[in-house]
Design a binder for this molecule. Structure first.
Ligand code: IMP
Length: 498
């Protein structure tokens, strides 16, 4: 007989946190937001941890290399989207792993055989006035020289003048050698009054530039999420179709963790994918699975070998799965049930499998609710899509700036693998929309505001770690009238007064 859940499923907005005693040690500067990313045994530490409990959604409109770098710098992690070719995804992973704060891979390059016309065109296209002249015009071969605006006069020089005739050749350049630290590079820049310093290896291949103007921006960040070689940690999305080809390439490129991207993770396609990876790499490659919304789905993925499990169907801001297919579950209820399953499994086996609440975070306090309900970290799309570092276009709509944000199940993304119905089957309807979100500026500035709210709420709940919050939080369901009471009410609002 069909099964009916007795209770309605709930969303985050239907709950409030009830304060616990705020001890004198409960101050924001004492709050530690470190959290496990992958499973671990009782008494041990998770081999991969996040410094803040945020990961960015596996979406074309959210997680590219620039967002991954910005987020890892602040202590979180991005999963680079997989609805692109294997080569493109690999290239994004490599860019994150190659990136060193303050060390920039040159993206304006020409050869000595190019002309002044090419220089002018490239400057216009990239906006960069420093052009590296390399053996083959790419960013990583032998450095032959440099062209800046000081090397040519548009009014005097003919447009077909060869770069080799006016570039500053390598013999006249001051360069830094591979291995130099950021502060050493800056000392050279200051000493020689340079605007930039090319960094080369022992074979004179160009590695990076360090720019004078960037120094203040790139002072170290205490939360940076780094691997053992001090490179940023980055994740990669995978699908249940081409994993046998995609996974080895991503692993080779340096992806630190994988996650199967699927709207419904309680499927044999996903079980197969995870088991394959766990067997092939003997557990050394970490892979998360999802999305599920109940105990059965969680246990299925855990038994397949998942290192973490993602929760959420139908709650995403761009998601229309519930309208289209009538499947899903209120995000709060799903997190509460899966957290209970995770805790029971931990008690039975001594293995802790972290869980991630994915989608549906609208207010910063929803993040605290998700953590209090048992999530170890949250995945967000809309939140990150608003920032400078996300891959999408910023456009003006009326008087406001907005950024584009579209679902992986929309016609625009065409990520049908995420909605896999089996070999060869293609979906004939959309599960996501194409939309705008308000533009919000730099990731780091916004994150600072969100983190300070989270820490302050945790202090009110008497918790200075996520584990303590999960153990001691008290939450109450709210009636619809008390939701109205929660906003400003019965006053005439002045504009922008909070
Ligand atoms: P948001 O943070 O509320 O914007 O939700 C982001 C999450 O929505 C992602 O991490 C995915 O789990 C989910 N998602 C992404 N694209 C789609 C879609 O097209 N349809 C349904 N869910 C989607």
């Amino acid at each position: 007989m069909a099964y009916y859940y007795e209770d309605a499923s709930r969303t985050f907005s239907e709950y409030l946190l009830v304060p616990n005693l705020t001890r004198t040690d409960c101050v924001p500067s004492n709050v530690n937001l470190k959290t496990p990313l992958v499973k671990f045994k009782r008494g041990e530490k998770s081999p991969l941890q996040l410094n803040i409990p945020f990961v960015s959604a596996i979406m074309q409109s959210v997680s590219n290399d620039s967002l991954a770098i910005a987020l890892a710098r602040c202590g979180g992690l991005s999963f680079i989207y997989c609805s692109q070719s294997i080569e493109e995804e690999v290239e994004m992973i490599k860019k994150v792993k190659r990136f060193k704060a303050g060390f920039v891979v040159s993206d304006a390059n020409l050869t000595p055989e190019h002309t002044l016309k090419d220089v002018i065109q490239l400057k216009k296209k990239t906006g960069h006035s420093t052009i590296a002249i390399t053996e083959d015009g790419t960013s990583s071969t032998r450095l032959m020289g440099l062209v800046t605006t000081r090397d040519y006069r548009i009014s005097r020089d003919v447009l077909d003048k060869k770069v080799s005739e006016f570039m500053t050749p390598l013999s006249k350049l001051i360069v830094g050698q591979e291995g130099i630290s950021l502060s050493e590079a800056n000392d050279i820049i200051w000493e020689h009054k340079l605007n930039n310093l090319p960094i080369i290896d022992k074979n004179q291949n160009l590695l990076y530039f360090v720019f004078r103007k960037d120094y203040d921006d790139h002072k170290e960040n205490p939360y940076e999420l780094l691997d053992s070689e001090k490179r940023f940690v980055v994740g990669a999305g995978i699908n249940t179709r081409d994993y046998e080809e995609r996974v080895p390439e991503l692993v080779k490129a340096g992806a630190d963790i994988l996650c199967v991207d699927s709207s419904d993770g309680f499927s044999e396609w996903q079980g197969r994918t995870i088991s394959y990876i766990k067997n092939k790499y003997q557990g050394s490659v970490k892979v998360g699975g999802g999305n599920v919304v109940d105990r059965e789905g969680f246990m299925y993925l855990v038994n397949s070998g998942a290192d973490f499990v993602k929760i959420g169907i139908g709650g995403g801001s761009i998601c229309i799965t519930r309208e289209q297919k009538g499947i899903g579950r209120g995000q709060a209820t799903a997190v509460i049930e899966v957290a209970k399953a995770r805790d029971d499994y931990y008690k039975e086996t001594g293995i802790y499998v972290p869980i991630c609440s994915d989608g549906g975070i609208v207010h910063d306090y929803h993040i605290v609710l998700a953590l209090a309900m048992g999530a170890d970290f949250v995945m967000m799309g809309r939140y990150f899509a608003r920032f400078d570092e996300s891959p999408t276009k910023k456009v003006k709509l009326g008087n406001n700036y907005v950024k584009e944000y579209w679902g992986e199940g929309s016609n625009r993304a065409r990520n049908w693998e995420r909605y896999d119905l089996g070999e060869g089957d293609k979906l004939h309807f959309e599960e996501g929309v194409d939309s705008y979100v308000p533009y919000a500026g730099r990731l780091q500035d916004n994150l600072e505001g969100t983190l300070s709210k989270i820490k302050s709420t945790m202090c009110s709940c008497g918790a200075i770690s996520i584990e303590e919050l999960q153990r001691t939080a008290r939450m109450s369901l709210v009636s619809s009238t008390s939701i109205i009471e929660g906003g400003a009410h019965d006053v005439i609002l002045k504009e922008n007064n909070y």
